[in-house]
Design a protein around this ligand. Structure first.
Ligand code: XLS
Ligand code: CA
Ligand code: CA
Length: 441
């Protein structure tokens, strides 16, 4: 069946195109910094937002009109696979991502659920044979079902711990079966509402054991996908254990898991944690734990996870700057963990949204590469830290000083010379790069 009969393959037509079904900036074969755009950006479609999301919100029913809505149960799951591969093909996207519950309905028991998964996974595998779209990552949804009311691996209930572990086991097997390049752990309910009934230390120890078992099982079945932790500070629980990259990294080091995990950084989770998107990317990059990205954006006026498609060019530029400095994303990619707004209920909006997101990151890539070629921020930063290139500064940087020596240096210091941080000039320069990157066309 043809689910998107009015839409042809989306091609690159350039910035002057008025065709809404064309890329204006994303040109897969164009080389940026010596690499094809497609290979740099490694875009992925999120199965849940694009094929299962109904656009309901806490105050209103779903609005999405989808051509597969007429089906239910396993027929619906199969229709979604057909629609998904048609969508991937038309969008020309190299990757997709899913949770177990996105692709197949749950049965009455986990045994039944796994049978449903087997049917759909083998169907997906067949479709993948004729498709260039690969699996960026899959994950277990250990948060939606009421059994996860008090958490999954951090639940007070051992049966739930076992259930969650069994779902991860199946997820790793599916990842291996479909050649997944990564496997994600988002701690949807791994946190707590109140300390008044919570044994935090025990829950953290259990989480550590849970991850260790996953590491061991991946090794046992020879699954070589990169493990990724996806931090989020709150929502659904008040306090989430993987608050941000820094706290997730401290957790991994505490439980001796740091060699097995990198991070999947979501823009909207960064801002919920009170950080910028680029802060989280930067922190991960300098610690060599930047794995993959959930490319979306939050709403500046709303305090929750709005998962909007990324259209803010300033943000995509600063994000791509970090990604380029990281040498790319390796096995990771840019997954659109983003949903169309409730008012954008038509099927075509799914294409418009992805085109907007892909074009926005393509612009970010191009502008960031140009800034790096010209060493714009590098020159500003090295100039700003120049006091550490000579004299006492050089000795501090080389670890050759002690407090006594620094006291000798400081006791009679009277004129400490500062230089301006020049923030406004820097921002004006970035605007200039943003506005001129395409002026040669
Ligand atoms: C929810 C998360 C989730 C993860 C995968 O906020 O973003 O969708 O990416 O479980
Ligand atoms: Ca996410
Ligand atoms: Ca989110």
């Amino acid at each position: 069946m043809n689910y998107f009969p009015n839409i042809q393959k989306i091609n690159y037509e350039g910035p002057k195109s008025a065709n809404p079904y064309a890329f204006k900036y994303y040109n897969p074969d164009e080389k940026i910094g010596g690499k094809r755009m497609e290979d740099y950006l490694r875009f992925a479609v999120a199965y849940w937002h694009t094929f299962t999301e109904d656009l309901s919100d806490p105050f209103g029913a779903g609005t999405a009109v989808r051509p597969w809505d007429k089906f239910s149960g396993m027929d619906l799951a199969k229709a979604r696979v057909e629609a998904a591969f048609e969508f991937f093909e038309k969008l020309g996207v190299p990757y997709f991502c899913f949770h177990d519950v996105d692709i197949a309905p749950e049965g009455n028991t986990l045994r039944e659920t796994n049978q449903n998964l087997d049917t759909i996974v083998s169907m997906i595998k067949d479709y993948m044979k004729d498709s260039k779209t690969k699996l960026l990552w899959n994950t277990a949804n250990n948060f939606t079902h009421p059994r996860f009311i008090h958490g999954a691996a951090s639940s007070n209930n051992a049966d739930v711990f076992a259930y969650a572990a069994a779902k991860v086991k199946k997820g790793l097997e599916i990842g291996k079966e479909l050649g997944g390049e990564n496997y994600v752990f988002w701690g949807g309910r791994e946190g707590y509402e109140t300390l008044l009934n919570t044994d935090m230390k025990f829950e953290l120890d259990n989480l550590g054991r849970f991850f260790q078992m996953a590491v061991d099982y991946a090794r046992e079945i020879d699954f070589d996908g990169q493990f990724l932790i996806e931090p989020k500070p709150k929502e659904p629980t008040t306090h989430q254990y993987d608050f941000d990259v820094a706290s997730g990294y401290a957790f991994l080091q505490n439980y001796n898991l740091q060699d097995y995990f990198k991070f999947n950084i979501e823009a909207n989770h960064a801002t919920l944690a009170g950080h910028t998107f680029e802060h989280e990317l930067h922190y991960a990059r300098v610690n060599n734990i930047l794995g993959s990205v959930d490319a979306n954006q939050g709403h500046p006026l709303l305090g929750w996870d709005t998962d909007e498609f990324p259209t803010d060019l300033y943000s995509t530029t600063l994000a791509m700057y970090e990604i380029i400095k990281n040498g790319g994303l390796g096995r990771g990619g840019l997954n659109f963990d983003a949903k169309v707004r409730r008012g954008s209920f038509e099927t075509e909006d799914l294409f418009h949204a992805h085109i907007a997101g892909m074009d926005s990151f393509a612009v970010g890539l191009k502008v960031a590469q140009k800034m790096l070629d010209d060493q714009v921020l590098e020159n500003i930063i090295s100039d700003r830290y120049q006091s550490y290139t000579k004299g006492i500064g050089l000795e501090i940087a080389e670890g050759k000083t002690d407090l006594g020596q620094l006291e000798d240096h400081a006791l009679d210091l009277t004129d400490i010379k500062h230089q301006s941080g020049k923030l406004e000039r820097i921002k004006a320069t970035i605007n200039q790069y943003l506005l001129t990157a395409y002026s040669d066309r």
